[in-house]
Design a protein around this ligand. Structure first.
Ligand code: NAX
Length: 338
């Protein structure tokens, strides 16, 4: 029997990340070669022509898995029957914009989209906020959909996770493939904590491998503090400085990775990855915040890996990033949005 297509809604589909995402989804990279897809592209009037152009190109690519593409300005139409919601479109920070202005500008996007998801999406909907500030945008969407279980909402920190793998691979001169159990904690921002305390490379602790390569444990600790953490946390700015434009293909790739592992599962021998999920109090993160954690997936949903030891320094770094999430949540509350 022919499979029912999975409905994937992409907001901001006429933008850069949207363009990099659409063709990979239609090719089957996200949901697998056995899952037909139906695409719903949500845009605002300024972005509609670009989305329509992408839809024409999708037709020209003749993807066997692609059943249907619809471009719309209506969130209700876009999320009708939606199984996977990729919330990419967001309001960027403009000149002179304070953080509260940015949060308010995005709340009027992500609040109504959350409500439209609650009203129109399929019961099995899974939502990932990519548009920044991603964690708090997910929190806002989730708050507007109180009847949708909180485990159906997430925000993207997989790009940070992949960036961390890339930096370790280069420093150790080992394949990314052999690295396991890196964690991104906290916010998708410069306060995030990329943590390798439990990470291994080809079965041995990453820290020991770094120490062997860099000239001892002190040198390894210094590299982690002075090079690795700031480089991963500020990689977005580095890409802008070098490329003249923000991360696009790597962000789309991470979005594909995030949804693929969530929906299809992740082999246990690959270890954990990172995703921002709605906290139920794990690791002392206040309930309801959307914070990045170590996660596994058996295909039914992401599970937070619990019980990891955090030393005093790691606990302080997690707390600092979570403090930023609390401040964002409180700023949104002050605006009367939550
Ligand atoms: P673009 O400016 O190229 O595209 C954004 C698109 O969203 C535009 O076409 C715009 O018309 C549309 N849009 C705006 N408001 C909308 C609304 N209310 N409904 C539907 N569509 C709307 O940006 P792009 O490079 O694609 O980046 C998109 C977002 O991803 C930005 O917020 C960016 O900061 C964020 N990123 C998040 C990352 C992450 O790891 N979480 C990394 C990459 C990226 O920086």
């Amino acid at each position: 029997m022919a499979q029912t297509p999975t409905t994937v809604t992409i907001t901001g589909a006429g933008g850069q990340i949207g363009y990099a995402l659409l063709f990979r989804i239609a090719a089957g990279d996200m949901l697998g070669p056995d899952r037909p897809v139906r695409l719903r592209l949500l845009e605002i009037p300024q972005g509609v022509r670009a989305a329509e152009g992408a839809a024409l190109e999708l037709q020209d690519a003749a993807f066997p898995l692609l059943r249907d593409v619809e471009v719309t300005e209506s969130a209700d139409v876009a999320f009708h029957g939606c199984n996977i919601a990729l919330l990419v479109g967001a309001r960027p920070r403009g000149p002179g914009m304070e953080r509260s202005d940015l949060l308010a500008a995005n709340a009027v996007i992500f609040g109504p989209q959350g409500a439209a998801i609650a009203g129109h999406a399929a019961a099995d909907v899974r939502v990932v906020a990519v548009g920044n500030p991603a964690n708090t945008n997910a929190l806002i969407a989730r708050a507007a959909a109180p009847d949708v279980p909180s485990h159906r909402f997430s925000a993207l920190t997989r790009l940070d996770h992949n960036r961390a793998l890339g930096q370790l691979s280069a420093a150790l001169d080992r394949s990314v493939d052999g690295i396991r159990n890196v964690t991104i904690w906290g916010n998708h921002s410069a306060t995030q904590f990329p943590d390798v305390a439990h990470a291994t490379v080809d079965g041995a602790p990453v820290f020991d491998a770094l120490a062997a390569r860099l000239g001892g444990p002190d040198a390894a600790a210094r590299w982690l503090d002075e090079t690795f953490i700031p480089r991963v946390a500020k990689r977005g700015a580095e890409i802008i400085a070098v490329r003249g434009s923000s991360s696009v293909a790597s962000a789309a790739n991470a979005t594909i990775d995030h949804v693929r592992d969530w929906v299809r599962g992740r082999p246990a021998d690959r270890g954990w990855t990172s995703a921002a999920l709605v906290s139920r109090g794990e690791y002392g993160v206040p309930e309801g915040l959307v914070s990045s954690f170590p996660v596994t997936s058996d295909g039914t949903g992401y599970r937070i890996v619990e019980g990891l030891d955090l030393d005093a320094r790691a606990a302080r770094l997690v707390e600092a990033s979570v403090a930023e999430l609390i401040a964002e949540r409180d700023a949104v509350r002050e605006l009367g949005i939550l």
